[in-house]
Design a protein around this ligand. Structure first.
Ligand code: URA
Length: 483
């Protein structure tokens, strides 16, 4: 940021802002100037890098530089309604070079007309509201259209990088939205107005970037494309409204945008089909795992669907003898879109290996497809799904089971068992024996590895022995069925 510099020129003042989005700086200077009774036409607000003849031909020369006047100790307080502050805070981020002058003029007038902000016909008030609205809209677009691409750091840690072209100076302010949303990820948002970088702990600011500095296509884009195609609702299609919500200028950064023309073209036909068949029939049982993966991203049958970053699909080949079912994705699973990759997954891998079960020859999934959590500071803490939420998601789990056709399903914990059976059972009572799901599929239940992770000392050792024994029995049964 450039150093602050305030120069008075005769009876005029040129205020150099340290950054184009520094509302706090403007506010402090504006307050002092109002208290010294400096009228708006005597102040020029200058952004970093701006040049020009600030006061036109009537302006003073720079020869009379002097410091800003200091308000006297008994100067009256500056009046500004909360409404003005709220609108001004947004309007200050607009790219219009005249915005700080406008803000000062309105603040000046507010001292004499305290109800000025209520005058909707006043040109200054209208302009201020327009600026604020346009900034809010830009922020909304940034929330909606930033698309991270994954790049690997040298140490193999994933880093997510996005390119975005805001119309206004919103990047630093909106960085906090992404910090809350992706608290545990390492990410960077690059823009022509500056960049922000989050490493999971601290936010850093960087210089403006170019489009080429951000990575291009990667496999994450396929996920977005299929997500967009599946949430696209032909019955709601209004091309004009859609273009205003999703202006063409953003399309080049959006992997899903290349689908738009074909989706629009097919919309009427799909709408007719939907009306005729009814919305539920749109959900005919999927014929492949890929189809389920696509459909679950659009599922909004329970409130968990709005949690997490994405639906996490099961992983593994169809037609394997073993299907392993957990409860729901955790933080790491949500970020990587893969089941059982976090601490519970690592523990599971260790015990599977010890039991001689090859995870890569099993199909691994969850009873619930989205990560349900609550924020604690910047951490997302797991919350158990309710019985109703598990039951709502059973439809997908059953669809996966019908495609995979395993001989044995291993349920890790009570939520997974409920997802398979539709009722709650006791793991302690039912572990170590088969429950028939249909005439060829056995359900085996055991503890969830996260349960082991929550225990300490002797209790953990006892549970670890039981867990290992359950997996050993399972391996034997798999061998029997194979033989
Ligand atoms: N716990 C689960 O139940 N499933 C996962 O995928 C990860 C943790």
């Amino acid at each position: 940021m450039t150093a602050m510099q305030n120069v008075s020129i005769g009876a005029h003042y040129a205020i150099h802002l340290p950054a184009p989005d520094d509302f706090a700086f403007w506010r402090e200077r504006a307050r002092g100037l109002i208290q010294c009774d400096v009228p708006p036409d005597r102040v020029a607000w200058i952004e970093p890098g701006a040049t020009g003849d600030l006061f036109g031909s009537e302006g003073p020369s720079r020869s009379g530089d002097k410091r800003l006047p200091a308000p006297s100790a008994d100067a009256s307080p500056v009046r500004a309604s909360q409404r003005f502050i709220t609108i001004a805070r947004s309007a200050a981020l607009h790219s219009d070079p005249a915005r700080f002058g406008l803000l000062y003029r309105v603040l000046w007038r507010l001292q004499r007309q305290p109800r000025l902000m209520e005058d909707k016909a006043d040109p200054d008030v209208r302009r201020l509201e327009d600026l604020a609205k346009s900034v809010r809209r830009d922020a909304h677009k940034m929330h909606a259209f930033v698309r991270f691409r994954e790049v690997a750091e040298e140490d193999g840690t994933p880093h997510f990088v996005a390119w975005f072209e805001p119309d206004h100076h919103i990047v630093r302010t909106e960085a906090s939205f992404f910090m809350r949303r992706f608290a545990n990820m390492r990410w960077s948002i690059l823009t022509p107005r500056g960049s922000v970088h989050w490493d999971g702990e601290t936010m850093r600011e960087g210089p403006p970037a170019r489009r080429e500095d951000a990575p291009g296509d990667d496999p994450v884009e396929d996920l977005w494309r299929s997500y967009y195609a599946s949430i696209f609702n032909p019955a709601r299609l209004k091309v004009g409204a859609m273009l205003s919500e999703m202006p063409k200028k953003y399309w080049k950064n959006l992997p899903e945008a290349e689908l738009i023309p074909q989706l629009i073209a097919g919309a009427q036909a799909r709408e007719a089909t939907m009306v005729a068949a009814g919305a539920r029939a749109e959900r005919a049982r999927p014929a492949s795992l890929a189809e389920i993966a696509q459909s679950i991203t659009a599922c909004r049958d329970c409130p968990i669907a709005d949690c997490g970053t994405r639906a996490v699909m099961g992983e593994g080949a169809p037609s394997v003898p073993l299907m392993i079912v957990g409860e729901q994705p955790g933080d790491q699973e949500d970020l990587t879109a893969r089941p059982f990759v976090g601490p519970a997954g690592q523990l599971l891998d260790t015990y599977l290996e010890r039991a001689g079960i090859d995870r890569s020859s099993a199909y691994v999934t969850n009873a619930v497809k989205h990560f349900k959590f609550t924020w604690k500071g910047k951490h997302r803490l797991h919350q158990s799904p309710t019985a109703k939420e598990i039951d709502t998601c059973r439809w997908w789990l059953e669809a996966e089971r019908q495609i995979v056709q395993p001989r044995i399903v291993l349920a890790l914990g009570a939520s997974a068992a409920r997802g398979l059976l539709g009722r709650t059972l006791s793991i302690t009572r039912e572990r170590g024996k088969a429950i028939m799901l249909d005439d060829r599929t056995e359900l085996w239940v055991t503890a969830h590895p996260s349960y082991l992770l929550r225990l300490d000392g002797e209790a953990r050792e006892q549970q670890a022995v039981l867990f290992a024994a359950d997996l050993a029995a399972l391996r034997e049964r798999l061998a029997e069925l194979a033989g």
